[in-house]
Write a protein that binds this ligand. Structure first.
Ligand code: NAP
Length: 347
């Protein structure tokens, strides 16, 4: 089959379009014909190489796929050939204490599919193999391209805002990167809970997208002072929740923008991991700093029900052929994507 592969870490140039063996289903697994995959930032972290994380080489990236089941293992009862599916990207044993508590991301065997799995085990290929328990029905109202664009970013956002920060009616939610992969979901999830999204982005065009998705307020971080704007918007109260993933460059501003007793929830650090925190904000202002990572399958099921009902919509910037994944990653790395880039393998 055709796949986009890298054998060593580096820039986009290490990716190459290759012929590799088709996956075979183990007893608990299913093979899907990938009709569409989506680019995520973790594709870039894996390709560059992350300190403290071993990427299994040769590597096929891709943690989001939508497709059709073409083969199931001998023990599989939950899906059958022909089913149209999407993938829950969190691979866990589903038997240990943490998994049984619904905390699959704490499983000692936890791996993000297409990021930490391998060799040659991800979505950017013609066929892919996953544990059958990781498959969910594709929402019937979406195309394969639209369906592939959703699971990882929606799951992460749902866990951050709903399970961790417990977003409430009327909350001011400050959302960094509001037109990015996570951001387009965060605006919609905040709106779904009748909260008041304050979208931050770097251009008027990106802010217009955020407004179309339901942002009540917008801030252009290149032209405006984010903290002063948040004070104006909230009448001096500041944000109830800050949705963080940009990291060291935004963290001090996030804490400044957060109200006393408010919650910042963070899942990533695109601009760097080292951040300064004035500890007085933690005890004196009693702010809550929560980490969040992916989410369990039940959280994805809950969130996908909202997709099926049309309450959360996919945001596909563009669809590109598998052979052009290198270019797709360059667009993502250069902050030129609004929503998601979707990849389609050859027939
Ligand atoms: P994305 O599609 O590239 O969007 C990120 C957005 O962040 C961009 O649109 C950009 O918007 C904004 N941004 C980038 N650098 C910034 C900076 N220095 N200051 C302010 N804003 C900045 O990426 P994504 O899919 O949303 O993911 C974002 C991060 O979260 C990545 O690091 C990713 O690895 C991480 N993540 C973690 C998990 C998890 O489970 N732990 C899951 C998904 C993603 P503007 O330039 O328009 O402001």
């Amino acid at each position: 089959m055709k796949a986009m592969v890298f054998e060593k870490h580096g820039g986009p140039e290490v990716l190459h379009y290759a012929d590799v063996a088709e996956p075979k289903a183990g007893p608990d697994e299913a093979v899907i014909r990938v009709r569409a995959s989506a680019c995520n930032y973790n594709d870039i972290w894996a390709r560059r190489g992350l300190p403290g994380m071993k990427t299994i080489l040769p590597h096929i990236s891709g943690s989001d796929a939508a497709g059709q089941v073409i083969e199931v293992g001998s023990e599989v009862t939950t899906v059958k050939s022909g089913d149209e599916v999407v993938v829950h990207p969190g691979i866990a044993c589903r038997r240990c204490y943490n998994c049984l508590r619904g905390e699959e991301y704490f499983c000692p065997d936890f791996k993000i599919w297409g990021f930490q799995t391998g060799p040659l085990d991800g979505a950017h290929a013609q066929y892919a193999k996953v544990p059958a328990v990781n498959l969910l029905p594709k929402p019937s109202n979406l195309s394969f391209e639209e369906a592939a664009s959703i699971p990882l970013v929606l799951l992460t956002t749902w866990r951050m805002l709903v399970s961790r920060a417990r977003v409430q009616v009327g909350d001011f939610v400050l959302i960094w990167g509001a037109s990015g992969g996570l951001g387009v979901m965060a605006v919609q999830v905040a709106r779904l809970f009748n909260a008041r999204p304050i979208a931050v982005a770097s251009s008027e065009q990106k802010l217009e997208l955020a407004r179309r998705l339901g942002a009540e307020f917008t801030i252009n971080r290149k032209k405006q002072d984010v903290f002063q704007e948040v004070r104006k918007i909230t009448g001096g109260r500041r944000a109830d929740i800050v949705f963080e993933h940009a990291g060291s460059q935004t963290w001090p501003i996030s804490l400044q923008c957060l109200r006393w007793g408010g919650t910042v929830v963070i899942c990533g650090a695109t601009s760097g991991y080292e951040a300064v925190t004035d500890l007085r904000l933690l005890w004196n202002k009693q702010q809550n700093y929560l980490g969040s990572h992916q989410g369990n399958k039940a959280e994805l099921v809950d969130a996908m029900r909202c997709v099926e009902r049309g309450l959360i919509k996919p945001v596909v910037d563009r669809v590109m052929p598998l052979a052009e994944l290198t270019r797709a990653q360059e667009l993502l790395e250069n902050d030129q994507v609004q929503g998601k880039v979707v990849i389609v393998p050859p027939e």
